[in-house]
Design a protein around this ligand. Structure first.
Ligand SMILES: Nc1ncnc2c1ncn2[C@@H]1O[C@H](COP(=O)(O)OP(=O)(O)OP(=O)(O)O)[C@@H](O)[C@H]1O
Ligand SMILES: [Mg+2]
Length: 338
């Protein structure tokens, strides 16, 4: 399986999210009224092309609402695409759902564990569902509970687990049948820093067995540390993709200096753009000036002089090194964290 995941011109337009409680019980008149209102159209994915090779850790990075979970939902057969096609290995996920499902493991963004079972039972039942024999089931469950540091909780109901423990349980369950392609939708949300590092280790180990992992995140550090390939997604479109190194190298200049002056005017921007090593200067929209350059702190004396020559004063400066955050800022004018 050379290509593990592929999508072509994938679009998803949600038409009306029913408000909570709609369609339940009384109020048919209320529903009739609602149906006359124009249906809202939410374009969640606007033509996504993805190519994930087998054996890659692939990251989908983007802010809230970018379309990450919708992409995962389509690839895992839970969301019907409006148009376009998605494949897991050779299988079209919408038309060959059973075949696609056999190849995948999924950790959804919201935990969906059966609260009436113990941790061990969840793993054993999942293993049975995927046809593992009793010996394999017991061995794998034991190994996973141990790896996720849940052995001392193995025979307790998950109802009483903390959020982080439930998250670890969901990931262990998805790995139980040893799927070729593992989907992790924001796997490290809610994990403490130490557990996050443990998870990264487990993901790398799993990948070293030749498995493909697609994870979503809005954490640049995670994307950078873990993923061999990244696609940055915003408003349902891929705005950049490549290895973390390639992406960071693609930002003009690499360093970003966010500068504030008492006021700024075109002549000052021209002077800044002329400084050596500066590749781009542009107002940031909130009164600051973003300057992309091949160097950072050593530019400051020259910036101060350029400002003085234009009759202005530098009042604040923030320097950031080449990062995925800067890349996102460069493409969208917004921060990933906003
Ligand atoms: N079931 C749904 N019905 C209607 N709209 C939806 C539904 N699911 C998602 N959306 C909308 O689609 C867009 C993309 O949402 P999606 O959950 O894919 O984003 P995301 O990148 O996973 O965000 P987050 O980082 O918050 O998890 C959003 O505007 C969201 O409101
Ligand atoms: Mg999401």
């Amino acid at each position: 399986m050379d290509s593990a995941i592929r999508t072509r011109e994938l679009r998803k337009v949600y038409t009306s999210a029913p408000p909570p409680g709609a369609g339940r019980g009384n109020g048919s008149s209320g529903r009739a009224k609602r149906s006359k209102e124009p249906k809202p159209q939410i374009v969640a994915l606007d033509g996504i092309d993805l190519d994930v090779s087998a054996g890659q850790i692939f990251g989908l990075l983007g802010p809230n609402g970018a379309g990450k979970s919708t992409t995962v939902g389509i690839l895992t057969t839970r969301v019907r695409p409006t148009s376009g096609t998605a494949w897991i290995g050779p299988h079209d996920v919408w038309h060959e759902q059973t075949a696609a499902k056999r190849l995948i493991g999924v950790v959804a963004q919201r935990p969906n564990l059966d609260f009436s079972l113990t941790a061990r039972e969840i793993l054993l039942f999942h293993g049975a569902y995927f046809g593992l024999n009793a010996h394999e089931r017991n061995e794998r469950a034991k190994a996973l509970l141990d790896r996720f540091k849940l052995t001392d909780r193995a025979d307790q109901l998950v109802r009483g687990f903390s959020g982080g423990m439930m998250q670890r349980m969901s990931i262990a369950r998805a790995m139980m049948h040893d799927p070729q392609v593992l989907f992790l939708d924001e796997p490290s949300v809610g994990l403490d820093p130490q557990t996050r590092l443990l998870l990264w280790e487990i993901i790398r180990e799993y990948n070293q067995k030749g498995r493909t992992i697609l994870l979503t995140t809005h954490n640049m550090e995670e994307a950078d540390a873990l993923c061999q390939h990244l696609a940055i997604i915003d408003h349902g479109k891929i705005i950049a993709s490549g290895t973390p190194r390639e992406l960071k190298a693609s930002i003009p200049g690499g360093f970003l200096l966010r500068l504030r002056f008492g006021s700024h005017a075109a002549p000052l921007l021209e002077r800044l753009a002329a400084l050596s090593g500066v590749t781009e200067v542009r107002p940031s929209g909130d009164g600051a000036v973003d300057l992309y350059a091949g160097r950072g702190g050593s530019l400051i004396p020259e910036i101060v002089s350029a400002a003085a020559a234009a009759g202005m004063e530098l009042s604040d400066v923030h320097i950031s090194e080449p990062s995925l955050e800067n890349l996102f800022l460069h493409h969208t004018g917004r921060s990933l964290r906003e």
